[in-house]
Design a protein around this ligand. Structure first.
Ligand code: CA
Length: 370
């Protein structure tokens, strides 16, 4: 007991002595605490994107990302954002970041399918996983490591940074009642989805966003996909086509990408790298939520105010498209070893995820309909 009291007295004395010295120190204005690290270098980065100026959610989200990084870094990393065409054409985003003329870029990996075919698994995979599964695969299932391997030869580090959620199947000027109705269908449908349509007897067309409305209105194309109700409505596609089909089998959960020049990344101190990493995770979530919330209102307006006819693809059409998707992916995998490696990894995760999803999200959705 006496020993305990002695220890307490000694500790109290030490605290008093310490307090005295601390007070003495704080009264001396010239003393600088040694634990404070003063940032010495400010970084000025350029960011290019594949999106038009002021493009809602995509470009706005990217501009917010740059502001967030600047705020969190207390101005140590400043990023000047250029929309597509302002500094380089939209589809040269990858090249600009690869070469280092911009340190950072934002786009979709499907744009680089010609350069990196396997990158399509980091964007639009017909009958692939939805946003939840894709995020789980990228962050926790080895997907992001594969993505980084794919971009390493180009001196680029990718980060998931946005996701459209399940897109709509598209706008059609003729009804799709059977598989035969796909024969001869001229549809704006890029990427793997377009290859699947071609197998079904249709003609996929590659049109930039700005050309879609006119092509559909003039009958140059019979159908188009774009994104979801919010962006589709903004393009006025409801004025150019009769039927709006769902679901977007060709793009069930397309991630967007933040790409960074590897050399520029290596020059950053660790805390700035961490800020970018966390900001990318944040915008990944933010964009997805924005798409989801904006689509709710746009869908309601399309239904109630524009009286758009919203139709589901017949089950036999979806079944055939799914069958043709597997054929397409297997063929591409046979042509390209890297594509095969990523395809197998994606497929394995999707299969395992489906087993869990069946008794979680799927089962719950069914329960709500009872
Ligand atoms: Ca799309």
């Amino acid at each position: 007991m006496t020993k305990t009291i002695s220890i307490i007295l000694i500790v109290c004395s030490l605290v008093l002595v310490f307090s005295y010295f601390l007070r003495s120190n704080t009264s001396t204005p010239t003393t600088t605490p040694v634990s404070v690290v003063t940032p010495t270098k400010t970084f000025h980065w350029t960011m290019v994107t594949a999106w038009p100026p002021n493009f809602p959610i995509f470009q706005n989200g990217v501009e917010q990302l740059a502001k967030d990084i600047e705020t969190m870094s207390r101005g140590q990393l400043q990023i000047k954002v250029y929309a597509g065409g302002e500094l380089v054409p939209p589809l040269q985003t990858f090249e600009a970041v690869s070469q280092g003329s911009a340190q950072m870029g934002h786009s979709g990996a499907f744009y680089w399918a010609g350069k990196v075919p396997a990158a399509q698994f980091m964007s639009s995979v017909p009958f692939g996983m939805t946003t939840k599964g894709v995020n789980a695969w990228l962050y926790e299932g080895g997907g992001l490591e594969l993505w980084r391997e794919l971009y390493e030869p180009f001196n680029i580090i990718p980060f998931p940074a946005g996701n459209t959620g399940v897109q709509m199947g598209g706008w059609f000027n003729k009804r799709i009642d059977s598989v035969e109705d796909l024969t001869g269908l001229k549809m704006r449908l890029p990427g793997l989805g377009g290859q699947v349509l071609a197998k079904a007897g249709g003609t996929p067309m590659l049109l930039a966003g700005g050309e879609i409305y006119t092509a559909l209105e003039r009958g140059t194309i019979d159908a188009t996909e774009w994104a979801g109700p919010f962006h589709d409505k903004r393009f006025g596609l409801d004025r150019a086509a009769k039927y709006y089909y769902y679901p977007g089998w060709h793009e069930p959960g397309s991630p967007l990408e933040l790409i960074i020049n590897r050399t520029a990344w290596a020059e950053l101190p660790e805390h700035l790298q961490k800020i970018i990493e966390v900001a990318a995770r944040s915008v990944n979530q933010w964009m997805f939520c924005e798409f989801e919330a904006s689509n709710i209102n746009a869908l309601r307006e399309l239904q109630q105010e524009q009286h758009v006819e919203i139709l589901a693809f017949p089950p036999e059409v979806l079944k055939e498209l799914r069958h043709l998707t597997v054929e397409t992916l297997e063929q591409e995998a046979a042509k390209n070893a890297t594509f095969k490696k990523v395809y197998q990894a994606y497929k394995q995760f999707q299969t395992e995820y489906a087993a869990w999803n069946a008794i979680s999200d799927d089962a719950y959705s069914q329960a709500l309909q009872q």
